[in-house]
Write a protein of this length. Structure first.
Lengths: 127, 714
């Protein structure tokens, strides 16, 4: 089962992402802030992290930068989600090592397709 | 996905509520400081922006197109505001208020929801967002900022950074090590300490000592405070404060391109040493002391520690507790019975002890659930503050709202039901109570009227006062109106006291459109207000002084879920009286009775107490005179003194059967119209008792002018 961590300060968004991914059989955990994500990240070998860009305190970009520098999550696939983030924020996210970017609003299908693509790309790249 | 949709509704509602709160604070800040944005105001605007941004995001996800559209437009406006491209003035605030107001209606989205003119709203918002020039972008280049820091800032954070630099505020980096276990409390603590001195731009996390238990944060902050002050406030054992130095002036223009070309590198560039180089302290891995958190901090903690619960689930739990309380009572009675049998005495004592333990746990459980049901009145006060602002504007009046006791807690259900009556009172107070600025000036009153909303707990009741310093009500005119509407007779009119005259406004049929102009006063649907309040087991009273103002006082029980009741006996049947309305029970002494104006009264500690013989009222009088006691005297009877607000009445009852926690069950549809009973309750042992509706009885029995007049003249 794919272990996913969703980092997002909106509870409705978390619920949406969780429902969409659980429908594909993923095991989804939620973090409601960057700090909570910092606490949860080392706990499990996450196979995918879905991160919102705009969060208070620790934003999504900072979280990706943190993950990429860490040994444990240097290579964990990351999908950034945001409501029409500026082109600048989006580029920064990709520069920092996000695997993909998805603009809100998106449908459950768009998310699950993207997740499949990202994981396939990773698998292809590795083998 | 319906749970997901529920989650959406709940979060959207939460966001809208906090938006209203923040807008009111903004409104206040704007009134005090004008369009200048100080740090607090900026944070507030950012708060509002974040709320609207989140709302826009989720509205889009959940197919609320119109809500999404309006929030998008509002977000643009807020973005311009926080980026300093649009000034915060009253007209902008009006549009913001209107927008947030529309959110509520667009969210409800039911057929009978008032139509929202989205087009007009969008045009209103667009008036402000069209213009505005981009702020200059080069300010940061004079600083020796690590490109790794810049690369992870969101656009807004970067903007805050620039604004601070432009205003000549110094930049600092605070390096702290937090324990992952206590990161929430440490973070809140840091925020608290930083707040008076600095603006925190962002937190950059990096892996801590490598043990996985700690995390290092690189906190970027802007502050005008001297280095030493800042250090003293923020730096403890595990921290280090560095000033971000400015480049020497000649360098900056050329470094621009270099800076922009710098791709974020994975190796972190060391910070240049600040001019007054503080000795870096070696980070120690000592575990950080766990701090006790104040309630304030608790609410600031991550949402992950709170759970939203459907009120129906709590109702269900409360019902279960109610049933358990019945079980407890039944067991109690069994142990009583066993006690009477000598051979079972030991067993009875044991059962009694166990039942006592059960009772204590049950009380804890009950308190716990009640506590969860409690919400601060502030929740509706915020909404009311919005109404105040809106109505005052509609009527061109200058109204200051003073709120006290917003943290007073009341059962969630009561809070929900309170909002309409309070809204009504407030509308009336502004509409008809508080005079226009001109009139006030002529009357030598402060030009802006004051509306006070006070809440406080008083015993097992919560009192809410709505008080204005407006024109007050004229009792004479009220009586005249009541006469004209044939609500009272000429005789009664001649006898009413001042207080009773004021209370006439609560009579059904008193208020009509013309009554408003006639009376320069209230009366719009006051009977409805009163009915709503009594449905919650509360009472409303009014005091008014012509020319000085009017005060409505609402007294409510703290909770509706479970009540402690005094069990009484009348004509061989059991009844229950909610203990919250019982003041005391005394021995009934027939020889002390007096009759005044055809009513029985007695004197209690120097005051006249009107009495009501419940057996007569309920037609439960024994056909034969009661059997005499052994000593030849009639059996003892009691007077239960009940009070709701300032009204008091003694109920004469045949016997007292002790106190018990009861769950009131409604009488059902067919008996809904029976007045005087709040419902029925199961006392265990298959006994059912009717529960007296004391406020309604007092109302009915004391509502007649003769009796209250008498009471008032005591």
């Amino acid at each position: 089962m794919l272990r996913v961590l969703v980092v997002e300060d909106s509870s409705a968004m978390r619920a949406f992402v969780r429902a969409a991914l659980e429908d594909t059989g993923a095991d989804v955990s939620e973090a409601s802030s960057g700090f909570e994500a910092l606490r949860l990240l080392p706990r499990e070998p996450w196979e995918l992290v879905v991160v919102d860009i705009n969060m208070p305190d620790i934003n999504g970009l900072e979280l990706i930068a943190f993950m990429r520098k860490s040994e444990q999550h240097g290579a964990t696939p990351v999908i950034l989600i945001s409501t029409e983030a500026s082109a600048r924020d989006r580029q920064r996210g990709l520069d920092l090592g996000a695997d993909a970017f998805l603009s809100k609003p998106f449908g459950a299908d768009a998310l699950t397709t993207l997740v499949r693509d990202v994981l396939e790309r990773r698998a292809g790249g590795a083998g | 996905m319906s749970d997901v949709h529920e989650e959406f509704l709940a979060e959207a509602q939460e966001i809208i509520e906090s938006l209203s709160r923040d807008l009111l604070l903004l409104d206040q800040a704007q009134k005090e400081h004008g369009p200048e944005l100080d740090q607090t105001t900026s944070e507030l605007i950012n708060e509002v922006f974040r709320g609207v941004h989140t709302l826009k995001g989720i509205a889009g996800m959940f197919g609320y197109a119109r809500l999404g559209e309006v929030s998008h437009a509002l977000e643009d406006l807020l973005d311009q505001l926080r980026l300093g491209r649009v000034e915060l003035d009253p007209s902008v605030l009006d549009v913001l208020f209107e927008g947030v107001e529309s959110f509520q209606r667009l969210l409800v989205d039911s057929p009978d929801a008032p139509e929202v003119d989205v087009e007009r709203l969008l045009q209103g918002i667009a008036r402000f967002t069209g213009s505005g020039s981009a702020a200059p972008d080069d300010d940061l280049l004079g600083y020796e900022l690590d490109p790794n820091v810049l690369s992870v800032l969101t656009e807004y954070e970067e903007h805050r950074l620039r604004t601070n630099v432009r205003q000549g505020v110094s930049l600092y980096r605070l390096k702290v090590r937090f324990s992952l276990l206590t990161i929430d409390s440490q973070l809140e603590d840091l925020k608290d300490r930083a707040k008076p001195l600095a603006e925190i731009i962002t937190y950059l996390p990096s892996t801590g000592g490598g043990d996985g238990d700690t995390i290092d944060l690189d906190v970027l902050l802007a502050s005008s405070a001297p280095y030493d002050t800042l250090e003293e406030a923020l730096v403890d054992a595990d921290a280090e404060l560095l000033r971000v130095s400015r480049r020497s002036s000649g360098e900056s223009p050329d470094r621009r391109t270099e800076h922009e070309a710098l791709a974020p590198s994975s190796s972190s560039t060391p910070l240049p040493a600040p001019p007054p180089a503080p000795t870096p302290r070696p980070p120690s891995a000592a575990p950080v002391e766990r701090r006790e958190m104040s309630p304030d901090q608790l609410t600031l903690r991550s949402v992950a520690n709170t759970v939203r619960v459907d009120i129906r689930k709590l109702d269900h739990l409360m019902n279960v507790v109610g049933e358990l309380a019945l079980v407890k009572s039944a067991v109690g009675r069994i142990s009583e019975r066993l006690r009477g049998r000598p051979e079972l005495r030991q067993l009875a004592i044991e059962l009694h002890r166990i039942n006592r333990g059960f009772e204590r746990r049950l009380e804890e459980l009950q308190d716990g659930i009640l506590d969860v049901r409690m919400v601060p009145l502030g929740q509706i006060f915020d909404k009311l503050a919005r109404i105040v602002r809106q109505v005052a504007r509609e009527h061109d009046k200058d109204v200051k709202l003073l709120v006290t006791g917003a943290d007073t807690e009341v059962d969630k259900l009561i809070v929900e039901e309170l909002s309409d009556p309070l809204m009504h009172l407030i509308r009336n107070a502004i509409d008809h109570g508080i005079e226009s600025p001109k009139v006030r000036e002529l009357a030598d009153k402060p030009v802006s009227g004051t509306l006070a909303l006070n809440a406080y707990q008083k015993g097992k009741h919560v009192v809410i006062e709505v008080e204005d310093d407006g024109a007050g009500m004229n009792p004479q005119r009220i009586v005249e109106t009541a006469l004209r509407r044939e609500l009272i007779t000429e005789e009664a009119a001649a006898e009413v006291s001042r207080e009773e005259a004021l209370n006439l406004i609560f009579m059904p049929g008193f208020s009509t459109r013309s009554a408003i102009t006639d009376l320069s006063g209230r009366g719009v649907g006051m009977d409805v207000v009163k009915t709503n309040i009594s449905r919650l087991g509360g009472v409303i009273d009014v005091q008014s002084e012509l020319g000085t103002g009017t005060k409505f006082t609402i007294t409510l029980p703290v909770t509706l879920a479970i009540i402690n009741a005094l069990l009484i006996r009348i004509g061989g049947r059991g009844f229950a009286i909610p203990i919250t309305s019982v003041q005391e029970a005394i021995l009934f002494e027939p020889e002390k009775l007096r009759t005044v104006e055809g009513r029985e009264v007695m004197t209690l500690r120097g005051a006249t107490l009107p009495l009501c013989r419940l057996d007569r009222l309920f037609r439960l009088e024994a056909a034969e005179p009661p059997e005499l006691d052994a000593d030849g005297t009639p059996p003892r009877r009691y007077v239960v003194v009940c009070a709701v607000a300032h009204r008091r009445l003694g109920f004469v009852v045949d016997g007292l059967d002790g106190q018990q926690d009861i769950v009131i069950k409604s009488l059902g549809k067919s008996l809904q119209r029976v007045r005087g009973f709040a419902g029925a309750t199961d006392l265990g042992d298959q006994q059912v008792a009717l529960v007296l509706d004391v406020p309604a009885l007092l109302e009915e029995l004391l509502g007649t002018p003769e009796l209250t007049a008498l009471e008032a003249s005591r």
